[in-house]
Design a protein around this ligand. Structure first.
Ligand code: NAP
Length: 313
């Protein structure tokens, strides 16, 4: 009897995922009937992504797990009809992509590359008396030291940046200063010259970057946010940019997406906006993660990347 898997992640993703999931299921020797429509009572697993038209999980009485294609789950954890186990996506290719994006923007801001790349105006700005800093002189703090935060931390340390990582529970990463818990937030931020946000959005993390916490950074710090928009109090960031406390911000995620055309971030000379493209789930590698979780569900092994509803991530 085949396992029925409902693909509730939208038509736009169907063609790519249909092919990738077919391959992954067959590699995992799973007999799967992958469908876009089904009698809810017959569905064993749901593959889901935010923006799906599926909002009521109540009729899926046989469903053993909802497998989210996104790493962030804030748009689904609050759904009261979702009582089935929920797994988030940890996709190795997405992690690589996030590392590339974070390293690229850290280096861009660290080296001041924009000055030379943008708006060349015929002025020779070499100043041999003020060499640029090297990486080991530029402390980086990463709020959210999980899958993505630690991968970025490793890559930045390999380039020489001193890295501090902040998480909820104690963690360890060789070479990094690892801090945990609300009591150590101020220590994590104090004197940071680059702040990278890779926290999930939960009631505890919303507005973690605010007037008070921004004031703890080194004057003229750089802020990089590929986490979630509401981690930042936008008015406080704009004020810190105008005061020079934050020299530049590179933002990939926003409270409202797409970012409205009249939002001050678009026009701000020291803000770079990217349209939530830091790291996208890749069908081939993500399909293997989905297949592994279905295999686990069928053999009674614990699911990978299970979301804790109490924590919200
Ligand atoms: P993860 O492995 O769950 O890591 C989350 C980290 O945040 C963990 O270290 C966790 O601490 C920490 N954390 C959560 N709540 C906290 C709190 N209240 N105080 C201190 N630390 C807290 O998640 P991930 O896979 O790295 O993904 C992180 C986020 O990146 C996602 O939730 C999503 O919002 C974002 N993202 C963005 C993109 C993009 O394209 N822009 C792509 C993928 C993901 P513990 O280790 O103690 O649990």
């Amino acid at each position: 009897m085949p396992i029925t898997v409902l693909f509730a992640a939208g038509d736009a993703l169907w063609a790519d995922y249909n092919a990738a999931l077919g391959t992954a299921f067959s590699e995992a020797e799973l007999n799967i009937n992958l469908v876009q429509q089904a009698d809810p009572g017959a569905v064993d697993y749901i593959i889901y992504s935010p923006g799906s038209t599926l909002t009521d999980f109540t009729p899926f009485t046989r469903c053993k797990a909802v497998l989210n294609l996104w790493a962030g789950v804030e748009r689904i954890t609050g759904n009261p009809t979702l009582t089935q186990p929920l797994c988030r996506m940890v996709d190795p290719a997405m992690t690589e992509s996030m590392v590339e994006w974070v390293v690229a923007h850290t280096l861009r801001l660290h080296l001041g590359t924009d000055t030379h790349v943008l708006g060349q105006d015929g002025v020779w700005r070499q100043d041999p008396t003020r060499p640029t800093k090297i990486a080991r002189e530029r402390p980086v703090t990463i709020l959210g030291f999980g899958e993505l935060g630690q991968a970025c931390g490793r890559a930045l340390m390999a380039l020489g940046f001193p890295v501090t990582g902040w998480s909820r529970r104690p963690t360890a990463l060789t070479g990094a200063r690892c801090l945990a818990g609300a009591d150590s937030l101020d220590t994590a931020l104090s004197g940071a010259e680059v702040l990278v946000l890779l926290l999930p959005l939960t009631p505890e993390t919303e507005n973690v970057v605010n007037e008070r916490t921004l004031s703890l950074l080194a004057p003229g710090a750089f802020l990089i946010n590929p986490g979630r928009g509401p981690l930042i109090d936008d008015a406080a960031l704009l004020a810190a940019l105008d005061a020079g406390q934050v020299a530049q911000a590179t933002l990939d995620v926003f409270r409202e997406e797409p970012l409205p055309a009249d939002h001050p971030y678009w026009a701000h000379p020291r803000v770079t906006v990217t349209p939530h493209i830091a790291a996208t789930t890749r069908p081939v590698t993500a399909a293997r993660v989905v297949a592994e979780n279905i295999r686990r569900g069928e053999t009674g092994e614990p699911f990978l990347h299970l979301v804790d509803r109490q924590r919200g991530y």
